[in-house]
Design a protein around this ligand. Structure first.
Ligand code: HEC
Length: 113
């Protein structure tokens, strides 16, 4: 019996491999877009109920200040058992990796685009 891989899954696998992981992600390059898109609706101008009031993730200064808390909740939660962020969706493995590298590198701002 042949194993048939659904086209959609195949497209997802190929698509997933195509995305490059940059060595030196920066706020202006990758991170602002990533955090604004995935976290901004709850940690932005409008704060979701229960979000610590100072925890905005749509500005560099706050994201820099809270970088280790971001790591704990959005990157390493599987190892530590911390509550995952975003609570109602997932970052892709690539997105987690990019975020982790950015924090490892000291969360650089980078040149404006
Ligand atoms: C649907 C709304 C929602 C989204 C989207 C969301 N968060 Fe949260 N976040 C919350 C709420 C509510 C809390 C407070 C409750 C808690 O700590 O679990 C919180 C708490 C946090 C904390 C505080 C933990 C601490 O140290 O006290 C961090 C850090 C965090 N979120 C990071 C993120 C990151 C990074 C993203 C995007 C990748 C994100 N969140 C997306 C709702 C959200």
């Amino acid at each position: 019996m042949k194993t048939r891989i659904p086209i959609a899954l195949l497209a997802l696998l190929i698509g997933g491999c195509a995305e490059d992981i940059p060595d030196d992600p920066t706020w202006h390059g990758e991170i602002e877009v990533l955090l604004t898109a995935n976290c901004g609706r709850c940690h932005g101008e409008t704060m979701a109920p229960g979000v610590p009031p100072d925890l905005r993730l749509d500005t560099y200064d706050d994201a820099f200040e809270f970088r280790e808390r971001i790591r704990a909740r959005a990157v390493t939660y599987e190892e530590t058992g911390a509550r995952q962020m975003p609570p109602d969706s997932y970052l892709s493995n690539d997105q987690k990796e990019i975020l982790g590298i950015w924090i490892d590198n000291g969360a650089p701002l980078g040149p404006p685009e």
